[in-house]
Design a protein around this ligand. Sequence first.
Ligand SMILES: NC(=O)c1ccc[n+]([C@@H]2O[C@H](COP(=O)([O-])OP(=O)(O)OC[C@H]3O[C@@H](n4cnc5c(N)ncnc54)[C@H](O)[C@@H]3O)[C@@H](O)[C@H]2O)c1
Ligand SMILES: [Zn+2]
Length: 352
Amino acid sequence: MTEEAQIVAGDGILDTLGEHLRSAGLDGKVYVISDRQVWSHVGPTLAAGLTERGFAVRTKTIAGGEHRKTLREAETLYTWLAAERAERRDTIVALGGGVIGDLAGFVAATYLRGVALVQVPTTVLAQVDSAIGGKTAVDLPAGKNLVGAFHEARITLIDTRTLDTLPVRDLRAGWAEVLKTTLLFDPPLFERLEGYDAPDVPPDLRREVVARCATWKQQLVREDPKERGPRMLLNLGHTIGHALEAATGYTRYVHGEAVAIGLVGAAWLSATVGGLPSTEADRIETALQRSQLPVRYDEVTPEMVWEAAQADKKVSKSTMRWILLEAIGRPVIRQDVPEAAVHRVLADLQAA
Ligand SMILES: NC(=O)c1ccc[n+]([C@@H]2O[C@H](COP(=O)([O-])OP(=O)(O)OC[C@H]3O[C@@H](n4cnc5c(N)ncnc54)[C@H](O)[C@@H]3O)[C@@H](O)[C@H]2O)c1
Ligand SMILES: [Zn+2]
């Protein structure tokens, strides 16, 4: 990781990117990589703002979706950059959700051994999570995110107004990560949010919340860039969440939905072995339900989820590492959770 990312957050600030590029000393050409859906909503505003500030802008839009996060797609982008004669002093802007951020980020990390990257995330998940922290990746048939590089964005420009056009399923799924962050670090904010269904959160509060969650992530990344210590806390709900995604073949749940179920599992486990009052575990479940997120799983058996959890890369040696809550706002990392307790929670989490 080289320079610290600058996070700029606001509502309706998409057209200010040029100013931020100039003050960061990025004054080469700008190569915007986006997905078609995102581009149709916000691309022209971003590009007009850049052109107005005197930047030469080139754009490449691709079809969206996880199945585009591949080396083949990266190669198409390298070929485009080469044809455009992109140089080391130029900038790649990733405009979109986590898929575009990871793919364009990987291209920026590797093209000419690295060119400047600017993230302009347009999903909740990308704004509070994937566009911060410098992880870039593509998938292989053998697994997700198997090839990648750390390449911190120079600027992450978060315009929460772009969320107005985000499909509600993605909005709510990203909200699971927001609630996760508040459960870990920000009990007063959790309290302000727990009564809302995500799409009903007023724009001012949404902007404040997204900016605060983004800042939390940045702080943890700064303390622990390679995820060996405190950054692991961000995996609250993800042990079961990742296992559910894998067990269901990545088709039944989008990431944030699997995380929502995983958060309920982590809350119950916390109540069983971590000292979290069970009324607090219920509160967490209710908050997720308010945003119409799933809190039980179907399609697979507890055994299948357990198997998938064992196979997950986040399992170190033979012990499973759990992020639990002693209280809302008081996370702990535990490696001594009895298997029987996990089996019980997985069984209870299965929809009746
Ligand atoms: N690098 C990291 O640290 C990190 C962390 C978490 C997740 N990820 C990755 O993020 C990816 C998931 O990201 P995602 O959930 O943002 O999904 P996504 O990028 O696929 O976006 C979801 C959908 O929303 C559409 N969309 C995005 N913004 C929109 C907008 N403003 N208006 C209308 N439509 C919009 C997209 O076209 C897409 O169809 C996964 O590949 C995951 O591996 C990376
Ligand atoms: Zn996540």
